[in-house]
Design a protein around this ligand. Structure first.
Ligand code: TGC
Ligand code: FAD
Length: 406
């Protein structure tokens, strides 16, 4: 049977797809420049190696420091005196998108260091804490992590059991944190704990502090190319200058989450672009029943769905980014972005996985890696359910996170 006429060459089809979903005309020169620099870095340094890291459960930490030292991405929206460049939040979002095109672990590296470590030190830290940590975090010389989740406290961080108790002139920290990105690699951990009055406080704990240990999560089938650890604090001494003075309630860590969730909303888009482009290329090449599978309507429906969702997700991310740059962002916008774009990316990865048939579950092709990682991304930084309830509360005024104790 002759092959369908007019079939696009896979490389041309991907180029055409990119131009159809392009938002270039809506970006500034600076934003395009950041996007293109990160895209080139990912093509050169990430894509050739990320599959092997996923299989081996390793993360190239020293390569990742270059996101700071070479690309200036860590904390790039902060002012220059703290190592940032005052970049727009849209530029930062585009960097997340390009990194997650390579792999979710790389985007995690950026969003944790910037949104969950540098942001709280800048927003809630003393001037001395800012000067001590931010420039070195920005350059990638030191790495940070963020400890909020505990073994028995995930979606409900207000139920945390880690304590920060007064002892003499100082304090002691006791408790355990679970599933902490970069935990064992961190030079400094931002740890959330309840003080003697039950208020949530933020503590900076440096590697090597007595009683502080980190152990990597070994049975992990998502985010394998990313470090995830359990942290333990036993009678860990904390000096007054290790406490973030501006953080005195659960609202403080939740404000940090808004930063990271924003980056994830853009990042998921990058993952979706990757799986869509690869599904399109594969469908045009793979032949069954005498035709490329791209000729079958059932496969075209999958591609059309992915294309439409990616195009809409771009516009949502850009809209939320522009609101953030204008200072008029509400946290409900961030939940809308994280919830929609991660769900959309996970659906794209699932459809791409189907289209690749058996090769979709093979480590020799990159689709499974993205799908597995997105399962974790769907859960961390507020599960899909939690963001649904945040939207529900914003619409109705009725919080429905907890049942009445009746
Ligand atoms: P609730 O009583 O609603 O709120 C407590 C206080 O916080 C304020 N608030 C927020 N402020 C800023 N941004 C937000 N998104 C906020 N949400 C709430 C709120 O106004 C209140 O302020 P105040 O002044 O009245 O005290 O708190 P709740 O206990 O009912 O919980 C609400 C809920 C469920 C939405 C929240 O706890 C939540 O978001 N849970 C999900 C937990 C989560 O996302 N954990 C993520 C851990 S970090 C992580 O996953 C990193 S992955 C890293 C990687 O990329 O590798
Ligand atoms: P649970 O909260 O126990 O939820 C279990 C299920 O119940 C979910 O489906 C959830 O949606 C549902 N559920 C819970 N409450 C409700 C409700 N009120 N209504 C309806 N359904 C509900 N945390 C950090 O602090 N720092 C990190 O760096 C970090 N990195 C991570 C990296 C990875 C790879 C992973 C997988 C997790 C990471 N986390 C981190 C933890 C992550 O934030 C939590 O896993 C997440 O918040 C969910 O908590 P949980 O896993 O305890 O699930």
């Amino acid at each position: 049977m002759p092959l369908p006429t007019g079939r696009l060459d896979p490389a041309k089809a991907v180029a055409r797809l990119r131009s159809l979903v392009s938002i270039d005309a809506l970006l500034t020169d600076e934003e395009r420049m950041v996007r293109d620099q990160v895209r080139a870095f990912v093509a050169r340094e990430v894509l050739p190696h990320v599959g092997r890291h996923f299989e081996d459960k390793t993360f190239p930490l020293d390569e990742a420091r270059r996101l700071g030292s070479e690309l200036g991405l860590f904390g790039c929206t902060l002012p220059p005196e703290y190592g940032g460049s005052g970049a727009s939040h849209v530029a930062y979002g585009l960097a997340n998108q390009e990194l997650e095109y390579g792999g979710s672990g790389w985007r995690s590296m950026l969003s944790v260091q910037s949104g969950l470590v540098m942001y709280p030190i800048h927003a809630f830290g003393s001037e001395a804490q800012r000067r001590r940590y931010l420039p070195r975090l920005a350059s990638g010389e030191i790495i940070g992590c963020f400890g909020l989740t505990e073994p028995n406290s995930g979606s409900d961080p207000g139920s945390m059991r880690t304590t920060l108790r007064r002892r003499g002139d100082g304090w002691v920290l006791d408790g355990a944190k679970a599933w902490i990105t970069n935990g064992s690699a961190a030079d400094v951990a931002v740890v959330w704990a309840k003080d003697d009055d039950g208020r949530v406080r933020g503590v900076l704990v440096e590697r090597g502090t007595p009683g502080f240990t980190a152990r990597d999560e070994t049975h992990k089938y998502a985010m394998r190319a990313s470090i995830t650890s359990a942290l333990s604090f036993e009678d860990t001494p904390v000096e007054e200058d290790g406490i973030l003075p501006g953080a005195r309630s659960l609202g403080a860590p939740l404000r940090c989450l808004n930063q990271a969730r924003y980056g994830i909303g853009w990042g998921a888009l990058g993952s979706a672009c990757f799986t869509l482009e690869h599904a399109l290329g594969y469908a045009l090449e793979r032949e069954q029943f005498g035709s490329p599978i791209a000729a079958f309507q059932l496969q075209q429906e999958k591609l059309a769905w992915m294309f439409a969702e990616v195009a809409k997700a771009y516009l949502l991310a850009l809209h939320v980014g522009r609101l953030k740059d204008a200072g008029s962002l509400e946290h409900v916008h961030v939940s809308l972005l994280k919830r929609n774009n991660v769900w959309m990316a996970r659906e794209c990865a699932r459809l791409a996985r189907e289209m690749f048939g058996a090769y979709g579950v093979s480590g020799e092709y990159p689709i499974w890696r993205h799908l597995a990682d997105l399962e974790a991304v769907y859960t961390y930084e507020g599960t899909h359910d939690v963001h649904t309830l945040i939207l529900g509360e914003a619409l109705t005024g009725i919080p429905s996170f907890r049942r009445d104790p009746a």
